[in-house]
Design a protein around this ligand. Sequence first.
Ligand code: PEP
Ligand code: MN
Length: 339
Amino acid sequence: MILILKSGVTQEQIDHVIERVESMGFAAHLSRGTYRTIIGIIGDEDKTRVAPLRAIAGVADVLPVLPPYKLASREAHPQDSVIQVGSTSVGGGHLAMIAGPCSVEEPERMDRIADSIKASGANILRGGAFKPRTSPYAFQGLGEEGLKILRATGDRYQLPVVTEVTDPRNVALIADYADMLQIGARNMQNFVLLTEVGRTSKPVLLKRGMSATVSDLLMCAEYILSQGNSQVVLCERGVRGFDSATRNLFDVAAVALVKQLSHLPIIVDPSHATGRPDLIPACALAGLAAGADGVHIEVHDCPEEAKSDGPQALLPEQYHELMQQMKAVASVLHKQVAA
Ligand code: PEP
Ligand code: MN
């Protein structure tokens, strides 16, 4: 940690800063420049971080040397993490191809969708049983019945399943059925929920909040990791922009940036990022080119009958065509889409 002192700081203030730093158990290293004086603090940065150093008179700024997300950082773990979701590996060159309807629907429809996405090359089935809806009057999901349908479909087609958990009270129930727990954008900073999924042994798909910075996302991953669950996959699903032409603003640079900052896999969700089937293929391919470890896409066999997010769903044949293109990009990048 480095303290930058204010210009015109008095000797008395400098002495006081050093005294405070030493009284907290850290060593202080003073360096006087022509215009500014700085003090380097030597000690455990986690402890210095929580100290209210900026409140000391004469201190202009406090600059951390290490990122605040210690466990999620690439510094802590230089190799790419590979996360196991049932039989599917994610990260380190293995792509997660997650597909399925927004909400779990009736078993026959789930079968049709699972059958088609599996044939196209998807390796994880998705579907929400507990839906976080903007309106309390919108379809809220089938609940436990939906979990049973999703599990049965996944088993029938030998696809691991991911579904969203919206409430800390449901974590144990959902962990009984799902291979992976999704934390949605609206809950990214629900710290109680993050702590709860961090206590399970299930991999977690953590979606970026719609107004979250990359650092916020990594700090939320840190919540899960700090509870002992090291199986976190991040997801860029677009952030709120000013232009309603697309549902959200797909932040493809965030993918490349996260790959630098963290060892955790990151996938892209062009369905929620764009909200437009015509733009999903371009963003899926761009995400892979930026280094994404997978692509999450909503697929429905009859979007006009979908219980949620129908307008953004790809038809099975559109998904099939996109998968051919994604596999071509994957092979150029020497990445694999494992069955
Ligand atoms: C979803 O996956 O259907 C969903 C609600 O996603 P998000 O949290 O990204 O909006
Ligand atoms: Mn959706």
